[in-house]
Each structure stands twice: as structure tokens, then as C-alpha cells.
Design a protein around this ligand. Structure first.
Ligand code: ZN
Length: 186
């Protein structure tokens, strides 16, 4: 597996609509494995193909580990999704605000409103059709990644222009409020 370079703003590929995946061949399998490795190396929870310079409707997503009642990580409890040609077919009316980061906008965080739950139709890494029901944190990451495939970034959807911070400033705000939150970097 090869670690790929992550494209950052203002690279124009991040603003382009991507092409559907049509060939689920060996080259695609290599690309997918490289994207998974690149996401993990960057401590990300999601990575879309435009972020490694490929204009394709392809994304990899990995959930955070689950925790037991005492807050300890449960081993092997992360869930990995490889998603091609996704389409959101249902969105909850309930919306939730949350903090997001993006591997293509390093060093910054912002508050974004997302649907609490969504349903997605897509294809897996071999082209097989899949249906997913997602909610909460995983639904947020999916919405962030599917936006990438349309050339949309979270900074386009901030709850207010001022709700955008450097990581340092955000940390200070959190310390003042005595809160800690897990921030997805996708
Ligand atoms: Zn992103």
C-alpha cells in the first residue's frame, strides 16, 4: 500500500464535481487500499477521492472506536466503509450542529449543521449495490464526504461565518468552557 499526498485548498480539484466509478477493477482496489492507508496515517475518519487528486465518486470512511461503560476503547470496534457512487435518498428533519475539520483544510475547524440521520444508496468496492441507514456522528461524516464528491466543502455550510476557528483558538475556547469534544477530521 502507498500513502498518497493529500490535496489542500485552493487546489481546484476540490471544487469539481466527480465522475462516477464505472470500473471496479484491480486498479480501483489498489486505489481504495491506498486511500484507506492515507486516511489512517493522517488520523482521519474519512477521505474522498478528490482529496488525493482523483475526481471520482469514491470515499472511504472509518468510525471512531466504540467505548465500554468505563470509557475504554473496545478493540476492533471501528467500522470501515468503502463507498462508491453514493446517493442520499432520505434525510431526517432533525438537524444537529457539530464541529468538523477537513484534511484538505488543515489547522482549522468549523461548526456545521447536518441531518441527524440519512439513508444512502451506493456501491461497495466490488460494485455491489448497498443501502445504509446512518445516524449521529457517522451520518455527519457521510454528509461531509458526499459533499466532497460534489465539490462542496464544510466551510460553505458554516452555521455562521464567525464559527470558524484555528485549532489553537478552538482549543482555548473549549478550555474556557471546560468541555472536550471529539472532532472528526475528514
Ligand atoms: Zn473533508
Amino acid at each position: 500500500m502507498t500513502k498518497l499526498d493529500i490535496v489542500t485548498l485552493p487546489d481546484p480539484i476540490l471544487r469539481q464535481k466527480t465522475r462516477p466509478v464505472t470500473q471496479f477493477d484491480d486498479d480501483l482496489q489498489v486505489l481504495i487500499d491506498d486511500m484507506i492507508e492515507t486516511m489512517r496515517e493522517a488520523n482521519g475518519v474519512g477521505l474522498a477521492a478528490p482529496q488525493i487528486g482523483r475526481s471520482l465518486q469514491l470515499t472511504v470512511i472509518e468510525s471512531l472506536p466504540k467505548e465500554d461503560d468505563e470509557g475504554n476503547e473496545i478493540p476492533n470496534s471501528r467500522q470501515l466503509f468503502v463507498i462508491a457512487n453514493p446517493r442520499i435518498v432520505w434525510e431526517s428533519r432533525e438537524l444537529v450542529d457539530g464541529i468538523e475539520g477537513c484534511l484538505s483544510i488543515p489547522g482549522y475547524l468549523g461548526e456545521v449543521e447536518r441531518c441527524q440521520a440519512i439513508r444512502v444508496r451506493a456501491q461497495d468496492r466490488h460494485g455491489k449495490k448497498i443501502k445504509l441507514k446512518l445516524n449521529g456522528w457517522t451520518a455527519r461524516i457521510f454528509q461531509h464526504e458526499i459533499d466532497h464528491l460534489q465539490g462542496v466543502l464544510y466551510i460553505d455550510k458554516l452555521t455562521a461565518p464567525e464559527n470558524f476557528w484555528t485549532e489553537e483558538v478552538f482549543q482555548k475556547i473549549q478550555e474556557e468552557m471546560d468541555e472536550e469534544e471529539t472532532i472528526p477530521n475528514a
